[in-house]
Design a protein around this ligand. Sequence first.
Ligand code: SF4
Length: 327
Amino acid sequence: METLLDIQDLKIHFSTERGLVRAVEGVDLSLNKGQVLGVVGESGSGKTVTSLSILNLLPRTAKISGKIMFQGKNLLEKTEKQMEKIRGNNISMIFQEPMTSLNPVYTIGEQIKEVYRYHTNLKDNDMDKKVLEMLELVKIPDAKQRMKEYPHQMSGGIRQRVMIAMSLACDPEVLIADEPTTALDVTVQGQILALIRELQEKLNTAVLLITHDLGVVAQVTDQVAVMYAGQVVEYNDTVELFKQPKHPYTKGLISTIPRLDEDQEELQEIEGMVPDMKTELHGCHFYSRCQEAMDKCADNKPELTNQNGSLVRCFLYEGSEQSCPNH
Ligand code: SF4
């Protein structure tokens, strides 16, 4: 399968007044054509910072090393002008809260048209036709009328559909969706996830789905990378990951998903907090919360190893690894 995006040994540090924050500590991820890859983790895991780095949207205080290869070129070496062309045209992004991305003073028709104006040489009439097509593609009812409306006249679900239409307008190879359903009601969440999956299959777009919610991952992804405190701790096919989670953190996350077939009095949660990334960690990043921690975990860093096709970063599997695939 063709690899579209290949992130290699990505490290992202921020200089802050209170010290250096090590937000991402050597992440490797690869996204293939037509695939949906979920990146899941709590806040502070580095998942959003990783996704923003792909489009060079991080603040200037970020120090980035490693490679983000897209179509054979390292995006970290592109100029801002080159990145402006790539954003929206080749790689686009949708965010959690569409209201912050949409301009309140323009109709949604005008805003989608602006994407075509920037990236294509289409004539005005053709742009209008394209806008209508995109709104129909994302199943917005009465699309012709909706084109003339402003964001505040729409529900959160419709606004997110508009954002999806806008992000897919130029037929990008990669769509990054950062918590695309978090701000929506549960029923609308399901509809938006189903729409993303349907469009991904129809257009063969590769999707990088960033979420804190394993339930979302289960619904739409082919593969999943679990991130914890700036590192990928487990990476596997989604079905396999749910069937046989290996890393203690993944097991903990899965145990927090409420089950309909069990009478649970209280929601489960993983005890403890994500470590302070301003402190340099010398051992396993999950050590302070791990139920299975051993003495060696305090002062030694586990590497990602291949366990029957799944990649796991944990000493519990030391000695049973096979040779690692590319990522
Ligand atoms: Fe737990 Fe040790 Fe594995 Fe880290 S390396 S997850 S502390 S058992």
